[in-house]
Design a protein around this ligand. Structure first.
Ligand code: ZN
Length: 296
């Protein structure tokens, strides 16, 4: 009986129920996370909580949502969206596969919201990301695309387009033509070094090309909503592109000299940049492996 009632309590926000055991494994506690709502331009907003920025387009046709952070935050995100719009969430776009952008998929999918993503995002979720179990059916995108798709709702023309393999091999950006806003996903972030997830198909070459593509898609006044961080302009994308070109040069040189990853770490190749961009602990192995693979 006791087990039954426990199961019943756990049936809906599964991740909340799982929290104590996850905490025991050193996972994050989301109970203190508060969702902040920011207006970007016109009917385009974003929610800041824990994880990737959640983009929103609101209007009479319903809410278009971009990314959904972590599963334990789904109810808080829903409450923040309700405070903005009394219309239902109609579509949910995943910019890429990472759990801080797709963690709420199952919760939102179970509400009957259609999830939209690039083909590779669905394939990786279905297989299981980084050795994790395959995602449940409700968490999988029901609409996928190869290069591009366009949505027409709330008076907006919303273009979702694939970027070259950069942060992962399934990165997309979302362009709102009327509001003049681009949600870049994690191929552009304002929180430090560029993030190349080599194990999920990210490449340095592709990162440079993706940043150029994002720059070209933007105008001088376009508001750039990054995967993480604050709203900026395309000048910041150009700076990140230039930084990535510089990093590519440095790692290419070190690898050409036959240095191992251990030797590269010891050489502190980004010592002069770390003050501005933060820790290079994740950057160095990612760029080393990616640049090395791209040279072959
Ligand atoms: Zn990511």
């Amino acid at each position: 009986m006791q087990t039954q009632s426990k199961l019943a309590l756990c049936s809906l926000p599964l991740a909340l129920c799982a929290a104590p055991s996850l905490l025991a494994q050193g996972q994050q506690d989301f109970s203190a996370v508060q969702i902040k709502t920011h207006q970007v331009s016109g009917n385009v907003y974003y929610l800041e909580g824990q994880g990737g920025n959640v983009g929103l387009l609101i209007g009479d046709d319903g809410v278009l949502m971009i990314d959904d952070q972590f599963a334990p935050l789904s109810e808080k995100l829903q409450a923040a969206i309700k405070a903005l719009s009394n219309k239902p969430i109609r579509l949910l776009v995943n910019t890429h596969v990472h759990g801080d952008h797709t963690g709420g998929n199952e919760n939102f999918g179970k509400l009957g919201i259609d999830i939209v993503a690039h083909d590779n995002v669905r394939a990786r979720l279905a297989k299981g990301v980084n050795g994790a179990a395959p995602s449940p059916a409700a968490a999988l995108p029901v609409v996928t695309y190869g290069d591009k798709m366009t949505l027409h709702l709330n008076g907006e023309t919303v273009t979702i387009a694939k970027l070259p393999p950069s942060h992962t091999d399934g990165d997309s950006y979302i362009h709102f033509a009327k509001a003049d806003v681009i949600h870049t996903g994690d191929s552009f972030r304002t929180i430090g070094y560029p993030g190349v997830d080599f194990n999920n198909g990210g490449t340095v070459k592709g990162m440079i090309a993706a940043l150029q593509q994002l720059y070209d898609a933007a105008g001088p006044n376009t508001k750039i909503l990054p995967g993480h961080g604050v709203v900026v302009t395309r000048a910041d994308i150009a700076a990140q592109r230039d930084l990535t070109v510089e990093l590519q040069k440095r790692f290419t040189d070190l690898i050409k000299r036959g240095m191992t990853l251990e030797q590269v770490v010891a050489a502190k190749p980004t010592a002069d940049l770390d003050e501005k961009y933060g820790s290079s602990e994740r950057l160095i192995p990612a760029f080393y492996n990616a640049v090395k693979a791209e040279q072959q």
